[in-house]
Design a protein. Structure first.
Length: 185
């Protein structure tokens, strides 16, 4: 069976679209997914299945809306894809050290996309790249590095211009999910 990580977009943020992780786990189990585990309240679910990504995403999104009454975008990655993402950080050690030294908050994030964005959409983000906000796109993942904070970043608030559904996770969360997924293999 394939180990998948589901990353839900926009739940439990600012008191909106609240889903308890125990209830979310039951939804995943009810649609036949096995070894379901959740990690923190931001909507990270690990599970096993032999079904394909597109089919699973549709099935999960449909069931979440049916149970909780609101639509939620689900981004899926396999354990192998997440492991590759974490091991292929495109930023240099110097870039990472500079960003970490200049902020009290997290500096490294990844926007995980449902599909690879079109080249003309990627070009729209260049206007928001600067010395404080950097990005690199590898396939369906946008690696983000902030020298100040993601909260005030024009780059972060304009990711929607890629025209692809996305959810953002910090680097520590992605590393933890990778470790949890490896343990399930």
């Amino acid at each position: 069976m394939i180990v998948y990580i589901a990353l839900l977009r926009g739940i439990n943020v600012g008191g909106k679209n609240v889903i308890k992780m125990a209830e979310l786990k039951k939804v995943f189990e009810a649609i036949g997914l096995s070894d379901v585990k959740t990690y923190i309240q931001s909507g990270n679910v690990l599970f096993k299945s032999n079904q394909g990504e597109e089919f699973l995403r549709g099935k999960i999104e449909h069931q979440i809306e049916a149970v909780f009454g609101f639509p939620v975008t689900v981004i899926l990655r396999t354990s192998a894809e997440l492991e590759q993402l974490v091991s292929n950080c495109p930023f240099s050690e110097e870039e990472l050290a500079e960003a970490e030294a200049s902020t009290e908050a997290e500096s490294q994030y990844v926007a995980l996309l449902t599909h690879v964005p079109l080249q003309e959409k990627i070009a729209l983000l260049d206007a928001y790249r600067g010395e404080n906000d950097q990005y690199r796109i590898i396939g369906r993942d946008v690696f983000l590095l902030f020298n100040h904070s993601i909260r005030n970043s024009k780059l972060a608030t304009n990711l929607y211009k890629l025209g692809v559904s996305a959810t953002v996770r910090n680097w520590k969360t992605l590393n933890k999910l990778t470790t949890l997924a490896k343990a399930m293999d």
